[in-house]
Design a protein around this ligand. Structure first.
Ligand code: PBG
Length: 303
């Protein structure tokens, strides 16, 4: 009766990886329980997620072909675009969010166009806008830019507004750190950078004030929901962002955070179910309204 923090399926967003083909379920070795799935399988999984009580999914695409600019990202017949259309048609009521980024689509694995050995921020804004628009045309409810280019929320907002999508919301990965905890995801999304790292565009882990400045910029540019990522090593920033801005805050309980609990659970080293609930509750207690987590469907069932 006196419990202060509640964890509910309503707070959760389930990530899904969409790959080419039919009838494909390709388990991700470093993320037991997570698989890449072709559109038909993704739709079935989306239905199960919706049935569990989780209100939203976020889609990541693994394209058939990659190139220097990541042009499959704005192919209206791409994996993600087809998955959006199918889910909206067959699982009405489920909120479809899309990750907007180039790293899954570029052959070099970076989150934007390359010039002189580094990502060209401003040239990338145009590519991200094309991708977001393509997701909007397919029927996405929310687009979620995760690239960390400066000015991308404003650019995407303008592109959406000019093309009749002024009602479409933006969930910005605002305070996204250059983290070791994305390792398993890069297996899942086949998006590891082929040279260098992401430290010229993702944030330096010691910087908390800078995270607040990044959030302020994204809100000015039109973000509706802001995100802190990863969640557990940055609980203080979830708290600070929520208290400073009083806007909807999402936190990404990322792949490495997932795999640590899974691995310990599989080995019998911790009580997995209790650990999952404790971790997700701590993220809520820190101030997150929404949690992106690979545990979402499972947790909804526990709850
Ligand atoms: C794309 C992106 C990443 C994640 C979400 N979107 C990886 C990265 O920046 O390398 C990570 C999610 C996770 O680890 O679960 N830029």
């Amino acid at each position: 009766m006196v419990r202060e923090t509640r964890l509910s399926p309503d707070n959760l967003i389930h990530p899904l990886f969409v790959c080419p083909g039919r009838d494909v379920v390709r388990p991700v070795p470093s993320m037991p329980g997570v698989a890449q799935m072709s559109v038909d399988k993704v739709v079935a999984e989306a239905r199960a997620i919706h049935k569990s009580g989780v209100p939203a999914v976020i889609l990541f695409g693994i394209p058939e072909r990659k190139d220097a600019l990541g042009s499959e990202a704005w192919n209206d017949d791409g994996e993600v675009q087809r998955a959006i259309r199918e889910i909206k048609e067959r699982v009405p009521g489920l909120v479809v969010i899309t990750d907007v980024c180039m790293c899954e689509y570029t052959d070099h694995g970076h989150c934007g166009a390359i010039k002189g050995g580094d990502v060209d921020n401003d040239a990338t804004l145009e590519l991200l806008s094309r991708e977001a628009l393509s997701h909007a045309r397919a029927g996405a409810d929310i687009v979620a830019p995760s690239d960390m280019m400066d000015g991308r929320v404003g650019a995407i907002r303008a592109a959406l507004d000019q093309n009749g999508f002024s009602d479409l919301a933006i969930m910005a990965y605002s305070a996204k750190f250059a983290s070791a905890f994305y390792g398993p995801f890069r297996d899942a999304a086949e998006s590891a950078p082929q040279f260098g790292d992401r430290r010229s565009y993702q944030m330096d882990p010691p910087n908390g004030d800078e995270a607040l400045r990044e959030v302020a910029l994204d809100l000015e540019e039109g973000a509706d929901i802001v995100m802190v990522k990863p969640a557990l090593p940055y609980l203080d920033l979830i708290w600070r962002v929520k208290n400073e801005f009083k806007v909807p805050v999402a936190a990404y309980n990322v792949s490495g955070e997932y795999s640590m609990i899974r691995a310990a659970g599989i080995n019998g080293w911790i009580d997995e179910e209790r650990a999952i609930l404790e971790v997700l509750t701590s993220i809520r207690r820190a101030g997150a309204d929404l949690i992106l987590t690979y545990f979402a469907k499972e947790v909804a069932k526990m709850l």
